[in-house]
Design a protein around this ligand. Sequence first.
Ligand code: F6R
Length: 254
Amino acid sequence: MEILIRPDAAAVAQQAADILEDYVRAGKTLGLATGSTPNPTYQELIRRHREAGLSFAECKAFLLDEYWGLPREHEQSYYSTIRRELTSHIDIPDAEVHSPDGTNTDYRAAGEDYEQAITNAGGVDVQILGVGTNGHIGFNEPGSSLSSVTRIKTLHPQTVTDNARFFGGEEDVPRHVLTQGLGTIQRARHLLLLATGEGKAGAVAALAEGPLSAFCPGSVLQLHQHATVVVDDAAASKLRNSEYYRFADANKPA
Ligand code: F6R
């Protein structure tokens, strides 16, 4: 796992956009996360699209997850969110932006359909990830199978609390989501996890340096052959090995 420590969230976004730009230029398949963390990266990609001609026309995109039961037109559905934050501002074809169907009452079929859609597209080339304060990636809450596939999950109460800010109160946060599994995520060819702020420091230390464990779903990055973690100083503050990560970053082989 490569760990890149940057001074602040803006520098994390620059670094992440630099990594993603190569995939975009090659017309690759992008795995997109929602939540607050990737938004500065998305803003930087939008800026490069508008000002530097970065084209997404050949790209496909797959979202990590979707609230189950929310209609797509609900402003907090991840289908609406990713359009608002990224895809409506770039030239990716709308029909190539995929998300689990949170309106399918048959959630098993919804999960299977989504796995099939990812497979049919040839898999995800680079998967953007955030991390929950409890170590979740996607909505694979602690206790998730390390080889799980897209399925329904009940949110952890901590996640309900964390996401209440988007819904105006905890009682309005849906309790269920359809999420890519940890096995699905691990099939992406490159994992790019972003974390900013002191509130993520414990989760970052646990996923990068703690034991590989279902208790910290993000720790599956330790198994992946190509995982990049980009964090700001605050989110890196509990890493025990940060001196080495900074040294390795400054002394990359040519
Ligand atoms: C969102 C997702 C979640 C978030 C995580 C962090 O699609 O899958 O795992 O990445 O909850 O959320 P933020 O970035 O809002 O702190």
